[in-house]
Write a protein that binds this ligand. Structure first.
Ligand code: MN
Length: 174
């Protein structure tokens, strides 16, 4: 198999695993963009979930854009099993990795081409594209980590990553 770092697509055995639009992500944004509901925010490509537990790999292509002042971002999730971490390598673009634990502590890591991010399984993780080109990244995880999206949909992350209007970003409490 081979990954195209520009497009995030796989040559060989890669599959399209999912697409999220602005409409799908509406619960996560403070602003609304009801006229743009069908616009794709991100797509994921990789291999199918393995049984029994196995190491997994996928790429995500997160487009550049804003909903109100808030940058395009992934939903973010906790792992059900906090002993299962994850690693992330940036292939193209620039972004921010937002991390938060269940005590509402948070951290943000800058992401740029070649940066490697080691995610503790007890911290929720979300990727935000703060650049002007697609943000393409490769993620590895164990298939039995379990994905808890509901906690984020209910409570969100403690901070939002907003445009500062001059091609930079600012971090504000939710
Ligand atoms: Mn994860």
């Amino acid at each position: 198999m081979k990954i195209d770092f520009e497009s995030g697509r796989w040559e060989g055995a890669g599959l399209s695993c999912g697409t999220k639009t602005i409409g799908d992500l509406a619960p996560y944004y403070s602003a609304t963009a009801s006229d743009l509901e069908d616009l794709v925010v991100y797509e994921t490509f990789g291999v199918q979930e393995a049984e029994p537990a196995d190491a997994m790999m996928a790429t995500t292509v997160l487009q550049a854009g804003l909903v109100g002042e808030e940058f395009f971002m992934t939903r973010g999730h906790f792992h059900v099993n906090p002993a299962r971490g994850e690693t992330c390598v940036i292939l193209r673009g620039s972004g921010v990795l937002v991390l938060a634990n269940r005590e509402n502590e948070w951290r943000a890591e800058e992401m740029s081409r070649g940066s490697v991010h080691v995610i503790d399984g007890s911290w929720a993780h979300r990727v935000v594209n703060v650049g002007t080109e697609p943000l393409v990244f490769l993620v590895t995880w164990m298939s039995d980590c379990g994905h808890d999206y509901a906690s984020i949909e209910a409570k969100g992350f403690p901070v939002r990553i907003l445009s500062s209007g001059d091609s930079g970003y600012r971090i504000e409490p939710r």
